[in-house]
Ligand binder design. Sequence first.
Ligand code: FES
Length: 220
Amino acid sequence: MKKIIKIKRTAEKGRQFLEPFLYEGDGNETVIDFLEEINSRSEIVNADGKPSQPISFNCSCKEKKCGACAMVIDGKPRLACTVHMRELKENALIEPLSKFPVIRDLSVDRTIMYNGQETLKAWPEAPQEPMDTDAVRCLMCGLCLEVCPNYIPGSSFTGGAGVAGAARGMDSTDAAHTKDVKKEYMKHFFRDCGQSLSCVRICPMNIPLDKLQARLAKKK
Ligand code: FES
């Protein structure tokens, strides 16, 4: 199987451009395998035969456990370690997430998500036992914010990750902490959520964010 895959890259001064790379294989490799294979070539040459540079991207576990490899593949935000090359179109396009600052190529800066978790006090002071098993599955991959029509890049709206974070934060036996989390949750999620539920549909961990919202609404 041969495909020409276009990758959105970063040139000097942050200018973005598309660069084609040849994929040859049986289609069973993941997108992460393909990116690693390009970077392992002794001489990196693009599909036009021109010399190129290693591609920057984030990836840690390659097992859908870290969320680092979120990117836009063929127009869909996905975890690259879960997408096989056979699923891509002949002329597929791989891009970085569009709602986060691009560091380089496919690598983005998700600091704003971590700041949001801090604002929400998403780590309980005195955890209840057992903790909510849905909320702890959040990978902080950013796909929920990428697809959310209510998230404006740079805003303090925390999206689906904020719902999971607040659910963790409110799993506390410390009433004052729970009250603080609820206050921040109302400000940084509830007030601006338009209930599109796009975060529920995209979440790679299938976290029932709508059910978590209902649970949070009952908390005092
Ligand atoms: S590399 Fe960890 S989720 Fe894809």
